[in-house]
Design a protein around this ligand. Structure first.
Ligand SMILES: *Cc1c(COP(=O)(O)O)cnc(C)c1O
Length: 812
């Protein structure tokens, strides 16, 4: 076949647009045009990607580099069009072509639904990593699930969260290409059987299974201006053709169709829980489905290119496991190598432990996956046998290291003891991998000293840190075109690929001309954010006030509650006429709560009620306005982070593994108010403590407080907090539903409150007062804001991915 190389010119783009509009979509001028014009544009841009995509695949096939597979149950991609246009560098030509159709780019972009295949930080990290891998020309394939329903849409109804399904594929997805010829078959249920092979060797087979087909859909991942297009392969579950034979033959048509439904359920919906596990069977099915289909895919390609010789498989393949969710890939690779390709245990184990790399994302106990052995037995009997064997061999190794140390054996065992034994997936991840990494310096230290202490003693060489990052293409070049243009006018555009170059901006922090322009850009972005807030929240934000923002999943450890307690404190001061040194602010809080997380939902209701009371009070009008932002998602964050002055990163120290929202805000010139938690610590180091508002206890102090925490005494000793609690207790924010927030105030007063909200209140209020004073000094603030952008270079996911590349994937 001849290579078709589309040419970038306004004329050819316009011609291609018309062709897709009229011929592919079959529309004429009378059609409701925005939606179809978006699709015609997407198909036009896709044409430009496809040739490069094929070339990239061909290149990998001939050069046979070591290939890395990034396995993740979540990819929070957001929109594709604008990012593809940026990375292909066809923005000017496309805009001009669209003018001919009397349509602007922004209107078109808004026709694209977010690909919301993730909950929050973990899924967005996977998306940023794919962008960096393609931009750095590293041969990385993303593997995930093609959920028919992504993250739910959040509506706020009388202050309450209401979840609505996200049928993002309803109008089709112009970016995906189905690849049915690469369909794989995944086994569930059944039982194992022993048999003698033709050489008389005893082997195990897994029989009488209920198989499900995995059909791949590929999405292009273009690098930034480099002609590399990598792949994100998402699996859809489908019933096998023969699913129905038995039952049809038995005359049970209804049962047969129900069985088909069960197969297709696997990729029906994303579990909407951020950092918490529920142990549901369907979730384990999803995990195994992803792991097995992806491994079979890689092994299929290997055998196609190398035959059944696995001697250099480990030199040519790697698997990065995004949290424990896909760690069942470890025993699954053992199973495939031993049962299907007839390797010996030792050889298979050598390969498996060389190619697997595990990333831990949290220390919170509720997030540590432990699947019940009985569920495993019923769903994946052969995989469980292999886990038992891995554990037996591992424990014998532990016993060699520490002879007779029964406590260690018990503490380190992959399978727990007792009446309801479980498989600890994090331990499986450590034992089966050659690298275990945390996602910020503090988080990795806490892992090594705490949760994984014994393992760190056994294998210190496995443990390493990879501080998270975010892609500057989406989170600065695309989301903040005003700032992009200003930066380019002074230091050129090299920073888009090498974000450390932003340091060249540091000298401009004291240049009044530049500072003025920087603040003008911020002002325009605040106007854009204000109109989004007005449209989505019905609250008017005044761009003359400070924009104070906390957007992230709603979770007690992230302490949106602390933020709202401070808002109540400001409200009380305003009511008392005590407003000296209080800079006027607009407070925006947004984020989704897991549907079953009752306390998080109460916190949303509290924020909404406090906002209603304050916004309706004329005394507050010019000093404090509050809005709850509904349906927080990637596309909203693109507007929010560029229009923010103050970034709230106020988690209980030791609980936020890294945070990545903090990095997006920093890049866009917001100043952080935060605790010494996660990557905040590194942000503060990078920008200097003068340019960061620090408050609160350290992780060590939080841990020490646990044994004698008396929040009521703290409240009684702090008049400000006492008055806030009094307002809450008096029902001031109940809005005719008496006792509505009893559970919230009780949680603050609880001596076992893990989030120690009361303990950090005073220090938080003081830091906020410093923010107020500082913001009033426009020169001082602009300097801080510019320095935040200037020193954000190390939080590029390009830096993170270079470290994965050099220290883990291609370590020599
Ligand atoms: C960046 C991002 C997150 C992560 O935010 P944190 O503040 O790090 O928790 C979550 N959701 C979306 C949509 C994001 O863009």
């Amino acid at each position: 076949m001849n290579k078709i190389e589309p040419v970038f010119s306004q004329e050819l783009l316009a011609e291609s647009l018309s062709r897709h509009y009229q011929l592919t979509l079959g529309k004429d001028e009378t059609a409701e045009s925005h939606h179809y014009l978006y699709r015609a544009t997407a198909l036009t841009v896709r044409d430009h990607l496809v040739a490069r995509w094929q070339e990239t695949r061909d290149r990998y096939r001939t050069e046979q580099p070591k290939r890395i597979n990034y396995l993740s149950l979540e990819f929070l991609m957001g929109r594709t069009l604008s990012n593809a246009v940026l990375n292909l560098d066809i923005e000017e030509e496309l805009k001009a072509a669209l003018v001919q159709q009397a349509c602007d780019m922004e209107k078109l972009e808004s026709e694209e639904p977010d690909a919301g295949l993730g909950n929050g930080g973990l899924g967005r990290l996977a998306a940023c990593f794919l962008d960096s891998c393609a931009s750095l020309e590293i041969p990385v394939t993303g593997y995930g699930l093609r959920y028919q329903y992504g993250m739910f849409h959040q509506r706020i109804d009388n202050g309450h969260q209401v979840e609505q399904p996200d049928p993002w594929l309803r109008d089709g997805n112009p970016w995906e290409i189905e690849s049915p010829e690469n369909t794989r078959r995944v086994k569930f249920g059944g039982r194992t059987e022993q048999y003698q092979d033709e050489n008389g060797v005893m082997r195990t087979s897994w029989e009488h299974t209920h198989d499900v087909l995995a059909v791949p859909y590929d999405l292009p991942i273009p690098g930034y201006k480099n002609d590399t297009v990598n792949t994100l392969r998402l699996w859809k579950s489908e019933a096998t053709d023969e699913f129905d034979l038995d039952e049809f033959n038995a005359g049970s048509y209804i049962d047969a169709v129900a069985e088909k439904n069960r197969a297709e359920q696997i990729t029906l919906v994303l579990y909407p829980n951020d950092v918490s596990e529920q142990g549901k069977e369907l979730r384990l099915r999803q995990q195994y489905f992803l792991a097995s289909a992806s491994l079979q895919d890689v092994l299929h390609r290997w055998v196609r290119d190398h035959g059944k010789d696995f001697s250099i498989f480990a030199a040519k393949n790697g698997f990065q496991l995004n949290d424990t969710h896909p760690t069942v890939a470890i025993p699954e690779l053992m199973r495939l190598l031993i049962d299907d390709y007839r390797l010996e245990w030792e050889e298979a184990w050598e390969i498996t432990t060389s190619v697997m790399f595990y990333t831990n994302h949290t220390l919170l106990p509720e997030a540590l996956e432990a699947w019940s052995v009985s569920l495993f037995e019923q769903l994946l009997p052969r995989v469980l046998e292999i886990i038992y064997e891995i554990n037996a061999r591992f424990l014998s190794h532990v016993n060699d290291q520490w002879p007779g140390d029964m406590d260690r054996l018990r503490n380190m065992s992959i399978v727990t003891e007792g009446d309801y034994p479980c498989v600890r997936m994090a331990y499986l991840g450590i034992v089966g991998s050659s690298s275990v990494n945390g996602v910020a310096a503090l988080h990795t230290d806490l892992l090594k000293q705490g949760l994984f202490r014994d393992f760190n003693e056994l294998w210190p060489e496995k443990f390493n840190n990879k501080t998270n990052g975010v892609t500057p293409r989406r989170w600065l070049a695309h989301s903040n075109p005003g700032l992009k243009a200003l930066i380019c006018s002074r230091i050129g555009d090299g920073w888009v690929q090498d974000l450390d170059e932003l340091e060249k901006l540091a000298p401009y922090a004291s240049d009044s001309d530049f500072a003025e322009q920087f603040m003008e850009v911020k002002q325009r972005n605040k106007a854009a954010l204000a109109s989004l807030v007005e449209q989505d929240c019905g609250v008017k934000f005044d761009t003359g006030m400070m924009f104070d923002v906390q957007v992230k999943r709603i979770h007690e450890y992230k302490r949106q509650l602390l933020n709202i307690l401070h808002a109540i404190h400001l409200y009380r001061r305003i009511c008392d006429g005590d407003t000296v040194g209080m800079y006027p602010r607009c407070l925006l809080i947004g984020g989704k709560a897991a549907p079953g997380y009752v306390m998080a939902k109460s916190i949303i209701k509290l924020i909404s009620n406090v906002a209603s009371v304050i916004n309706a009070d004329p005394r507050c009008q010019n000093l404090l306005r509050i809005a709850f932002f509904p349906d927080y998602r990637v596309t909203a964050m693109e507007v929010i982070c560029s229009g923010t002055d103050l970034s709230e990163q106020i988690s209980t120290a030791g609980k936020e593994a890294s945070g990545t929202g903090n990095m997006k805000f920093m890049m866009n010139g917001a100043v952080t108010i935060g605790t010494l938690d996660g990557a905040n610590i590194e942000i503060r180091e990078a920008v200097g403590d003068d340019n960061f508002f620090l408050f609160g206890m350290t992780a060590g102090q939080v841990a020490a407080t646990r044994t004698n925490y008396r929040p009521q005494e703290i409240i009684d000793a702090d008049p400000d907090l006492s008055q806030v609690m009094r307002l809450l207790d008096s029902g001031h924010f109940d809005l005719d539903e008496a006792g509505l927030f009893y559970s919230v105030t009780a949680a603050i007063r609880c001596p076992s409150d893990p989030w120690v909200t009361a303990a950090d209140f005073h220090s938080y209020v003081e830091a906020q007062q410093r923010v107020s004073e500082c913001y009033a000094d426009r020169q001082r603030w602009s300097k801080m804001a510019i320095l935040n952008t200037a020193y954000s270079g190390r939080f590029s996911s390009d830096r993170t991915i270079r470290e994965y590349r050099d220290d883990i994937w291609y370590r020599s």
